[in-house]
Design a protein around this ligand. Structure first.
Ligand SMILES: CC(C)(COP(=O)(O)OP(=O)(O)OC[C@H]1O[C@@H](n2cnc3c(N)ncnc32)[C@H](O)[C@@H]1OP(=O)(O)O)[C@@H](O)C(=O)NCCC(=O)NCCS
Length: 201
């Protein structure tokens, strides 16, 4: 039996180079033109949902989520990227990252998770194909790969139209609990959105 230890923790800025390397290997140079990438482009992912998987302290995977509006409706997140080092594939790490990310998205109050991916992989979490034509990404998407998971019942039925990424300003519950007296933003004291993460290249 292997004694290797797998753990999941929040992503930090120092993780971005390793995650970018994994993304480049997994998706290649074409990743920048993918429709899901275009939703995320220039929008910081939700920090509370940006997670890394470490195997004996070595980063072997990561998952991010970006806040989205569908039409004018908020409360959704786009899952992606999800990446696991091919050398560590098939050990359940991808499943663990998705399960943890979904649990945290639910705890953060998000109502709907959208993604572009393989139904045979994501079905295990309860994802279903979005009815064709209901939701539009900024680019072509195979309808069989546009998947959604309702965290609040009925959230998908009420969501239609264009998908746009945005930075959610509402603080997470944890941030509310830890809130300190507010200070005016300034150059020396910039406002913290809680959504900053280094973009993956
Ligand atoms: C997809 C990915 C995250 C899976 O990570 P992982 O840690 O290997 O996955 P797990 O160990 O949790 O699950 C492995 C199972 O999923 C299956 N699986 C993996 N990728 C799959 C896919 N694309 N479609 C269907 N099934 C898949 C495996 O066959 C295995 O099945 P089994 O449990 O019946 O043996 C990883 O292969 C990866 O990073 N791929 C490249 C990037 C990518 O495609 N990301 C998802 C984009 S939406």
């Amino acid at each position: 039996m292997s004694s290797a230890k797998f753990e999941i923790r929040h992503e930090t800025d120092g993780d971005a180079p390793a995650l970018s390397q994994l993304a480049a290997e997994a998706f290649g140079p074409g990743r920048f033109t993918r429709s899901a990438y275009r939703v995320r482009e220039g929008i910081a992912p939700v920090a509370a949902l940006s997670l890394c998987g470490l195997l004996d302290g070595r980063l072997v995977g990561g998952i991010r989520f970006t806040s989205i509006r569908i039409g004018d409706r908020e409360g959704g997140v786009l899952l992606g990227p999800l990446i696991v080092d091919p050398a560590a594939a098939g050990k359940g790490f991808g499943t663990a990252l998705v399960a943890e990310g979904l649990a945290r998205a639910r705890a953060e109050g998000f109502s709907l998770v959208l993604l572009v991916g393989d139904m045979p992989y994501y079905a295990r979490f309860g994802f279903q194909p979005v009815p064709p034509g209901q939701v539009n990404l900024p680019g072509p998407v195979d309808p069989a790969r546009l998947l959604a998971l309702e965290l609040h019942p009925g959230a998908l039925a009420g969501a239609a139209g264009a998908v746009k990424g945005y930075v959610r300003q509402r603080p997470s519950r944890n941030q509310v609990a830890a809130k300190k007296p507010s200070r005016r933003p300034s150059a020396r004291n910039p406002v913290k959105s809680g959504n900053r993460r280094t973009p993956l290249t």
